[in-house]
Design a protein around this ligand. Structure first.
Ligand SMILES: Nc1ncnc2c1ncn2[C@@H]1O[C@H](COP(=O)(O)OP(=O)(O)O)[C@@H](O)[C@H]1O
Ligand SMILES: [Mg+2]
Length: 192
């Protein structure tokens, strides 16, 4: 399989920033697009998908599909993209192979939807000749969790523990000849 056409690395520090990045990305997504999300448990795959849902303006309620493998979130006419694509959210964690992916018939919904697959790597690439890979990494280098490193005791003010993430986007196939403009397409003149 050929490699990515481009790669962009974005650092975020909060779950909200992860959602906002995804919402911005949603602005350039079209029906038929396939997104493959990779990252350990708790990395933010579902959080990222929630942002996609906000940006696409689909029915809310994006959660980790623990028992349900596939959820379809219909596009809302009152959202930012009326008549735009639905969001199909798949958790492929329990699916061991491409053959099991084929059993859930994503082909039926792909043409009218943005299809997002958590744990999709090595399982769904055959579904489309193009895809976006989204890898979410807990920031490397620090080691200890930021909250612990900050030496705080019990901070009940901090509702959810925002942590830095590095989000790496890669475009594969003819759909993604170059990175979406909002990611910074052109190399800066004069370097830097
Ligand atoms: N920068 C961040 N980006 C995404 N999620 C974050 C971030 N910082 C903290 N979190 C928290 O990490 C958790 C990620 O959970 P989730 O999105 O369900 O992960 P996954 O689907 O990869 O298992 C959420 O509770 C979220 O609030
Ligand atoms: Mg999840």
């Amino acid at each position: 399989m050929t490699g990515p056409q481009w790669e962009r690395s974005i650092k975020v520090t909060t779950a909200e920033q992860t959602r906002r990045l995804a919402a911005a990305l949603a602005g350039v997504l079209e029906a038929g697009d396939l997104l493959v999300l990779t990252g350990e448990l708790g990395a933010g795959k579902t959080t990222f998908t929630q942002g996609l849902g906000e940006g696409l303006g689909v029915r809310a309620g994006i959660i980790s599909p623990t028992f349900v493998l596939v959820r379809i979130h219909p596009n809302l006419p009152e959202g930012p993209r009326p008549g735009g694509p639905d969001l199909v959210h798949v958790d492929a964690y329990r699916l061991d192979s491409a053959a099991e992916i084929d059993d859930i018939d994503l082909e039926n919904t792909m043409d009218t939807s943005v299809t997002v697959v958590e744990w999709g790597r090595d399982r769904v690439e055959h579904l489309s000749d193009s895809r976006l890979e989204v890898d979410l990494h807990r920031a490397v280098g620090g080691g200890a969790a930021p909250a612990a490193a900050a030496g705080t005791t019990l901070d009940f003010e901090t509702e959810d523990d925002d942590e830095p993430r590095t989000i790496v986007l890669r475009g594969f196939g003819p759909r993604w000849p170059e990175a979406p403009g909002f990611l910074g397409n052109a190399p800066l003149e004069g370097g830097n």
